[in-house]
Design a protein around this ligand. Structure first.
Ligand code: AMP
Length: 320
């Protein structure tokens, strides 16, 4: 039996299925979670399916979270989507079910679950959920709500088909999802629009970026900066891709102050691998999109230096 067949057997076997995803969810976390929940609900109306985790206002248009009681975990199948490491799972009751399945597209540095289906080459976890549906489509139903959630996840994680994980398969999956008839333009516009405060912060980011000669860009969003634009950490996601638009930039880090005075580090790259750097600083992620933590401004400086060295080594390797 393939992994996907084993997962499908577990879905068929369990009466109650609880689906988790990672904290601070992005469209792929919510999209893969809601997409899977909707596919199972539409295909097996007698089953109870709960999508759990903190409700994030800005993403509730993809789908609402459900409430699970502790008792709901007895005999339940728990599936965690889009989450590489156990500490990042939203709602730590995820281990309380009868069976645990991990479905994810991040590098499998921290395996967990009775079954783990991990495809780092997939553009997104939402693409994987579509693949699962497609493999068993004679027994599963994909409605427009599920398709919209999965499409949102794919365009979220690929930067609307810009990043290198976008494959011909990704485009075919997106086409199949679009064919279900949800309002594609509305989803594209929703994920493309930003509040005015974020537009102002974008101007700040471009004005205040430090760019090394070899193309490492960094900017630090301190509490003074966030207060100036009346934004909190969660509101800064829209500026993360911006430095990559600059021709000379090959990799970049955006440091965002947290309530406890530490810094969240959001690392991105157009070429050199940056997840090894992330791992050195209590983080991880994909080769070209990672996250880490800096306990103070000294560690921020260390990461800036390390990123600059990565850009320099990359430039050198390109010349050779
Ligand atoms: P972010 O900058 O938070 O959007 O994260 C980019 C990628 O890095 C995501 O795929 C996350 O799963 C991963 N990531 C972010 N923070 C961490 C962390 N502290 N530990 C492990 N992976 C992380």
């Amino acid at each position: 039996m393939t992994l996907q067949q084993e997962i499908f057997e577990q879905i068929k076997k369990h009466q109650r299925i609880i689906i988790h995803r990672h904290q601070r969810p992005d469209p792929d976390a919510i999209g893969s979670q809601i997409g899977l929940a909707e596919i199972i609900r539409a295909s097996f109306p007698m089953k109870t399916v709960l999508a759990v985790g903190k409700q994030i206002g800005g993403l509730s248009w993809i789908g609402e979270m459900d409430t699970a009681d502790d008792d709901d975990y007895d005999d339940a199948l728990v599936i965690v989507t889009d989450t590489a490491n156990p500490p990042r799972v939203d709602d730590n009751r995820y281990t309380n079910g009868q069976e645990l399945i991990k479905i994810d597209h991040h590098p499998d540095d921290d395996p967990y679950g009775d079954l783990a289906w991990v495809v780092p080459s997939a553009s997104s976890s939402s693409e994987m959920i579509f693949d699962l549906y497609h493999q068993f489509k004679h027994e599963l139903t994909l409605n427009a709500k599920a398709a919209k959630a999965l499409y949102a996840g794919i365009i979220g994680d690929t930067g609307r088909f810009l990043y290198s994980a976008t494959t011909p398969h990704t485009m075919r999956v997106a086409a199949s999802l679009m064919a279900t008839g949800f309002d594609v333009t509305a989803v594209n516009q929703k994920l493309d629009s930003i509040p005015l405060s974020v537009a102002h912060l974008s101007a700040y980011v471009y004005q205040n970026l430090t760019i090394t000669e070899d193309g490492a860009a960094t900017v630090c969003l301190t509490s003074e900066v966030l207060d100036q634009f009346d934004l909190k950490d969660a509101g800064t996601a829209g500026v993360v891709p911006l430095p990559g638009k600059i021709e000379s930039v090959v990799c970049w880090a955006i440091f965002v102050v947290q309530r406890d005075g530490t810094y969240r580090v959001r690392l991105r790259s157009k070429g050199p691998t940056i997840n090894e750097l992330a791992k050195k600083h209590d983080g991880g992620g994909h080769a070209l999109a990672s996250g880490a933590k800096a306990k103070d401004l000294d560690e921020v400086q260390t990461i800036q230096n390390e990123l600059a060295a990565i850009a320099t080594a990359y430039k050198k390797s390109k010349k050779e």
